[in-house]
Design a protein around this ligand. Structure first.
Ligand code: GRF
Length: 216
């Protein structure tokens, strides 16, 4: 089966992108990162991608009068590179309705909470303020709803007494770096289907779509 051609959208650090690039180095990995696109020219992740020999693109949202025309240009740029599947990895722009429609079933995001809890920004602050004992990250298909869309997989971590936002973020991020490459693998293997708003991963038992990491 041909490798799934993946485009990664970033706005900053790019550590999830880096985890995907690392995973895709394995010869049996069923996806290849063909393009990394950022809306911010100074995003550190762009340099990392270029160093790894991956095509990079910058499409600045500032050059567009409205969200949809920005989204259409992003999309056309990805398609120019042959992208078949889009991975949002710290992409800090709200998409117009057009983008998730155009990429329906072929667009995923990772969010640093156990959705549907704690959408939006300052997610770890929200989790600490709520006093939850577990948090984590969620990979979901992207629909028009912010941090909504069918859940593909989650990783849970404990929230420890005395945690700061930074400590909790770092604990979650370590799981993001395990979870995202795993999920992209499933898409590459064409195992993911959605029916009635619920995701099935063929050949993967439902409990394998939840990782749990009890930090020491
Ligand atoms: C991650 O916490 C991810 O969950 C969120 O944005 C952050 C991106 O980090 N969507 P990085 O750029 O991948 O390091």
């Amino acid at each position: 089966m041909a490798k799934l051609k993946v485009g990664v959208l970033i706005s900053g650090r790019g550590s999830n992108m880096a985890a995907l690039i690392e995973a895709a180095k394995a010869s049996d990995y069923p996806a290849e990162i063909v393009c990394v696109l950022s809306n911010v020219a100074s995003a550190p992740g762009l340099q990392m991608a270029a160093k790894a020999g991956i095509a990079t693109e910058v499409v600045s949202h500032r050059d567009f009068a409205d969200r949809e025309s920005f989204d259409r240009t992003v999309s056309a740029t990805l398609e120019k590179h042959g992208v078949e599947f889009v991975v949002l990895a710290g992409f800090m722009r709200i998409l117009s309705a057009w983008f998730p429609q155009h990429w329906a079933g072929r667009l995923i995001n990772i969010h640093p909470s156990l959705l549907p809890a704690f959408k939006g920004l300052h997610v770890q602050r929200q989790a600490l303020d709520a006093g939850v004992r577990l948090s984590g990250c969620t990979v979901h298909l992207v629909t028009g709803e912010l941090d909504g869309g069918p859940i593909v997989a989650q990783a849970a971590v404990p929230v420890l007494r005395g945690d700061t936002e930074e400590a909790l973020s770092a604990r979650i991020l370590r799981q993001e770096h395990r979870l995202y490459p795993l999920v992209v693998r499933w898409f590459g293997e064409r195992r993911v289907t959605v029916s009635g708003g619920k995701v099935e991963v063929t050949g993967v038992p439902p409990d394998a779509t939840l990782l749990f990491s009890p930090d020491p």
